[in-house]
Every structure is written in structure tokens, then in C-alpha cells.
Design a protein around this ligand. Structure first.
Ligand SMILES: N[C@@H](CCC(=O)N[C@@H](CS)C(=O)NCC(=O)O)C(=O)O
Length: 395
């Protein structure tokens, strides 16, 4: 019975009752108390259901439009339009003076930050580029936690190890030029100069790939060889708008028309990539590249989050045999699984993206997203030169 202290769930076949206490009793909720008092004065003990629904719908729709317009800027048709990153690091500006003073800020749920974490791990840059892991706060902005991590191999949110700030916004404010834009992750920070070097994930992974080779433990690994640059760019041009940002275009659409367009683009592109992967181990053949890393960080979140929360519902990733095997193949590359904190990913979306999930209820983890399944044989039937290099490096 809704509105009482306990919800009772009855099974149709077995009589036992399960009592679940809500986080805060509805009777203790001050908003509800005020609402009941006002409606009680006007209509007696209960508001007519039709009136209740229509008034809450009007209020909720206006609040939702307001929140979405600020959190997820849109174009006139209601399509999500991602703000551009302010601090860029084009390859031509890689500067040797950066190399000894860098610090990386990330958040575990974020697919863009995850790219940086994976390339840092594969290149063996962990000691060269220390990391601070922020957690999403209740308002969605990044904040640091007072936890000390006893096991550096397990990534959990903690303190700001470079500046001792409480929030990422504070770190951005330290940079010269009084930046007042969004405080996003990933962010690469120059410790000595106290300024943001870059907050665009692709620039960061491009830099990690070759820009720090003198200090990397795995300098031989090149995730963007010259011979494949053109093909990598072609894949990125297709995958970024339709898959990486495509899932956000579905989730943050503010009109049916914008959602329909995004969801068609997304699944047409997934179908196409799945077909390509039937005869190719990675996107560009038998060599793993930056394009694969960028696709992977969206795929690993797909069934766990995007399929449900962002309404990417046409299919589950599990229904794409090649894409699912490909994702497991990359997950099983030494060090990659260690960058994937699945429960932090789930919490970061379901508990924090309030406009899309006001009750903060986190759904059960679907089959296929558990570590055991991700670690099961991928049966891709390909072998590549990459395996050797990766295995040797992992020893
Ligand atoms: N274009 C950026 C996007 C980064 C981004 O949007 N990060 C999100 C987390 S997934 C963020 O930090 N959002 C916080 C905010 O917008 O205030 C990149 O690829 O690095």
C-alpha cells in the first residue's frame, strides 16, 4: 500500500511477505507534509487523482525542461548538443617541458575519462602520470573523497593528490584566466604551472600514445601508427557522433523527433560495426588502435547503463555476437579490466543523473555485464601481433 510506512510485496505462489523500509518515510517528508496539509484544507483527506496527476505533470514537465536545458544543452529541434572542450592539446603543441609535471583527473563512471585511463595503463604511464579520482556529487559535479586507497591496483574515488581541493571546480579555478566553464573529466593538469593542460579526451589519449615515450614502460605500443591514421579518423568520424555521443543524444533528447533520429543513427551504426567485426578482429584489422579504445568505453557501459537509462533499447549489446565478443576481447587485454569499475559506473549514472532517474533506483545488473562473463572466452577466432606484445608487457 503506497504511502504507508512499509511496502508489502506478495508473491502469487508463496505466502511470505517481504517488508522493505523506504529510505525516508513518506510521512516524514517535509514536502509531502506541506502538500498534504494544503490539499487536506482544500479537498479533504485526498486530492482527486486526475487533478493530482495533471498538477504534478505540469510542475514536473516545467522543472524537467529547465534542468535539461541547463544540464544538457540542446539545438532547436531538441537534440543534445555537447559543449566543446575549452582546453585543447593539438599534437603539434606537445611540449617536452610538460612531461615531468603532469597529473590526470578522472571520474570512474565517465567514458571519456576511461579512455585516458586505459591508454595510460597500456602505455605503462602509471608512475609518470599520477591520477586523482573524483566522484560525482549529488548535484552531478565532481568532488573528492576523504578515503585513502590501501590497494593502488583497485581504483576508487579519493582525494585530490595534486592540489588538495575539495571539488574539481576548485581545481579548474586555480588555472589562470579565471575559467568559469564546466569542470569536466578527464583533465590533464600541469602541477608546476598550476594550470589545465587539456580537457579533451581524444587529445589526451593521442598525447599519451606517443608524447611520453621516453618515460613509458611500453613505448613500442603505438595505438595510432601512421599507416592507419586515415582509417582511424574515418572510424572516429562515424563512431563519435553516432555511438560515443550517440548514446547521450538518445538519453538527453528533449523531443521525440530528436530521440528517434539519435536512436536510428546509433543502431544503424552498431549494426554496421558488428558486420565489420565479423571478419576483422579490431576496427582497423589485426592492430588495436585508439579508435578501438574509444569504442570500447561506450560498449562496456551499454547494457549496464545506456540500454536502460538512455533508452537505447532497440537491442542489447549481448544480441550483437561480434560486438560483444570484441568488447570481451579488449576487456581481457592485460590491465584493461582493472580500469573498469562496473559498480562505480552504475552508481555514477543511475544515482546521479537525477533528471533521467528521479528516484535514484538502480536496476539489477543484466546478465553479460558481470566480470565472469566479460572474462569468459571471447571466441573471436583471430590472433594478432598485438597479443604477443601485450602479454609480454603484462609479465
Ligand atoms: N569532450 C569531453 C567531454 C568530457 C565530459 O563531458 N565529461 C563529463 C563526464 S562523462 C563531465 O565531466 N561532466 C561534468 C560537467 O559537465 O559538469 C572529452 O571527451 O573529454
Amino acid at each position: 500500500m503506497l504511502g504507508s510506512y512499509h511496502f508489502t510485496v506478495n508473491s502469487s505462489t508463496t505466502p511470505p511477505k517481504t517488508h522493505v523500509s523506504p529510505r525516508m518515510s513518506l510521512n516524514q517528508n517535509p514536502v509531502k507534509t506541506l502538500f498534504s496539509t494544503v490539499t487536506g484544507l482544500l479537498w479533504g483527506s485526498s486530492l482527486p487523482p486526475g487533478l493530482l496527476v495533471s498538477s504534478v505533470r505540469t510542475a514536473w514537465n516545467s522543472s524537467w525542461q529547465l534542468m535539461m536545458s541547463q544540464l544538457a544543452p540542446s539545438d532547436p529541434s531538441g537534440g543534445y548538443s555537447r559543449p566543446a572542450s575549452k582546453f585543447r592539446l593539438p599534437t603539434s603543441q606537445f611540449s617536452p617541458e610538460y612531461t615531468l609535471n603532469l597529473h590526470l583527473y578522472i571520474g570512474l563512471p565517465c567514458p571519456w575519462a576511461h579512455r585516458a585511463l586505459i591508454v595510460r595503463a597500456l602505455k605503462g604511464l602509471e608512475d609518470v602520470i599520477p591520477v586523482s579520482i573524483a566522484a560525482p556529487g549529488q548535484d552531478g559535479s565532481w568532488e573528492f573523497r576523504n578515503t585513502r586507497n590501501a590497494d593502488p591496483d583497485i581504483l576508487i574515488p579519493g582525494q585530490d593528490n595534486a592540489n588538495g581541493c575539495r571539488t574539481l571546480k576548485e581545481v579548474y579555478r586555480l588555472t589562470s584566466g579565471s575559467y568559469s566553464g564546466r569542470a569536466t573529466v578527464p583533465m590533464l593538469w600541469d602541477v608546476k604551472r598550476k594550470e589545465v593542460v587539456c580537457n579533451e579526451s581524444y587529445d589526451i589519449i593521442d598525447f599519451f600514445n606517443l608524447g611520453l615515450n621516453e618515460l613509458a614502460l611500453n613505448p613500442e605500443l603505438d595505438l595510432a601508427p601512421n599507416s592507419l591514421k586515415g582509417r582511424i579518423e574515418e572510424w572516429n568520424r562515424l563512431i563519435y557522433p553516432n555511438i560515443n555521443n550517440g548514446v547521450y543524444r538518445c538519453g538527453f533528447a528533449q523531443s521525440q523527433e530528436a530521440y528517434d533520429c539519435a536512436v536510428n543513427d546509433l543502431f544503424n551504426t552498431l549494426d554496421m560495426v558488428d558486420a565489420h567485426l565479423a571478419s576483422s578482429r579490431y576496427l582497423c584489422g589485426d592492430t588495436i588502435t585508439l579508435a578501438d579504445i574509444c569504442l570500447f568505453t561506450t560498449l562496456i557501459r551499454f547494457d549496464l547503463v545506456y540500454n536502460v537509462l538512455f533508452k537505447c533499447t532497440k537491442k542489447k549489446l549481448l544480441e550483437y555476437p561480434n560486438l560483444h565478443g570484441y568488447m570481451r576481447d579488449i576487456y581481457q587485454i592485460p590491465k584493461v579490466a582493472g580500469t573498469c569499475n562496473l559498480s562505480a559506473i552504475k552508481d555514477g549514472y543511475y544515482k546521479i543523473l537525477f533528471p533521467l532517474n528521479p528516484g535514484s533506483i538502480s536496476p539489477v545488473t543484466p546478465t553479460g555485464c558481470e566480470n565472469e562473463v566479460l572474462s569468459s572466452p571471447h571466441n573471436r577466432g583471430f590472433s594478432s601481433s598485438v597479443d604477443k606484445g601485450m602479454q609480454a608487457y603484462a609479465l
